[in-house]
Design a protein around this ligand. Structure first.
Ligand SMILES: Nc1ncnc2c1ncn2[C@@H]1O[C@H](COP(=O)(O)OP(=O)(O)OP(=O)(O)O)[C@@H](O)[C@H]1O
Ligand code: SF4
Ligand SMILES: [Mg+2]
Length: 337
């Protein structure tokens, strides 16, 4: 067994509600009881509807968000009990983060060279000429011409800016890169290029990658393992190869609504909207929309089932879908009347 790069144990993130006035005590349950490990070299995809906690999970992994409760370990060391200087070093050198929108993630006043060199300056890596060499190497790695080293981000296209962000994330040779919707702010025409670049770099550098996206097809294509989130909870964790046989009703519904996977699209109908993260339902959070819900689902959150015996396929559901049920079967089962 290798030591996981990152391990979350029972992590909760609770925010004070943004809309709450002085007298309200609303809390947003952004992440609830999350358990997750990321092993060296693997790609973990994260899917779920808007607001389900994907970015919160990503921020906890890279140490930008401190858990309200629970532990985060990096290579076996507890991140939030170590001295702040040690934490900064562990995070700064071990993990790279790529954000959704490269136009806001890059400092507009710095040149490409300064942006890419910044992590090496902060962590005192090498001599000045060595850092400049490394910048040239990194620009080559992400497919940017050296001539762009002295321009400002504002002079670059969206795709080029995201390449700069990737170069910066790789500057200190991290073992893990976390990418939160790295292509959703880009033109459709350059999305595939950036994704292929990430996959290529991952292979060449042996990185682990955590990849958050709304685009389920892409997540499925890129990932070894896919995590489904719903209302702050990780409800299923499945090897990409078994997603067609996912056991959680929500995973099945989410994938059934993805254009292009099934032809024609045959979405499993769900009742009503996603509940508010300030007042998650009792028991299973999906029960207000799940066609299989009953009183048992309202009474208690299901325990995780599966694990090592099922190749790491874990789900939390009192009435899981049988593996051999097709989307068609489930559409019929979930349709009223
Ligand atoms: N700083 C904050 N203060 C209050 N609430 C927050 C804060 N950050 C996130 N939230 C809330 O926490 C929940 C999870 O947010 P998060 O950004 O992790 O979702 P997401 O899955 O990334 O959504 P999206 O797909 O839209 O990016 C949401 O209800 C969000 O409104
Ligand atoms: S526990 Fe119940 S409500 Fe939740 S997903 Fe399973 S069947 Fe649906
Ligand atoms: Mg997000």
């Amino acid at each position: 067994m290798t030591t996981p790069l990152v391990e979350l144990t029972h992590v909760h993130v609770v925010h004070k509600a943004r809309s709450g006035g002085l007298l309200t005590r609303d809390h947003v349950h952004a992440l609830t009881a999350a358990d997750l490990t990321v092993e060296p070299g693997e790609t973990v995809g994260v899917v779920g509807e808007s607001g389900c906690g994907k970015s919160t999970l990503a921020k906890v992994l890279v140490g930008v968000q401190k858990p309200t409760t629970g532990t985060v370990t990096h290579r076996g060391a507890d991140l939030w009990t170590m001295p702040p200087a040690a934490r900064r070093t562990a995070l700064g050198t071990g993990i790279g983060m790529i954000y959704q929108d490269p136009s806001t993630a890059l400092n507009r006043r710095l040149t490409v060279r300064q942006i890419v060199r910044d992590p090496m300056d902060v962590h005192h890596r090498g001599t000045r000429p060595e850092r400049d060499d490394r910048v040239r190497e990194l620009l080559g790695l992400v497919g940017l011409p050296k001539s762009l080293a002295d321009v400002l981000p504002g002079q670059l296209s969206g795709g080029q800016r995201q390449r700069v962000a990737i170069a910066r994330a790789l500057a200190l040779e991290p073992d893990l890169v976390v990418a939160d919707e790295p292509t959703s702010a880009l033109d459709v025409s350059v999305r595939a290029q950036i994704l292929n670049l990430l996959l290529d770099l991952k292979e060449r550098l042996g990185l682990a990658l955590v990849f958050v996206s709304h685009d389920i097809r892409t997540v499925r294509r890129m990932s070894d393992r896919v995590i489904t989130m719903y209302l702050g909870r990780i409800v299923e964790e499945a090897p990409a190869a078994v997603l067609d046989r996912a056991r959680h009703p929500y995973t099945r519904a989410l994938f059934s609504a993805t254009p292009g996977l099934l032809d024609p699209i045959d979405p499993i109908p769900l009742a009503g909207p996603v509940p508010s993260a300030t007042r998650p339902p009792s028991g299973c959070p999906f029960r207000t929309r799940c066609w299989r819900a009953d009183d048992v689902c309202a009474a208690a959150m299901p325990d995780p089932e599966g694990g090592a015996a099922t190749g790491g396929h874990v789900f939390r559901c009192h009435h899981p879908v049988r593996e051999d049920r097709t989307t068609h079967d489930l559409v019929r089962e979930a349709s009223p009347g």
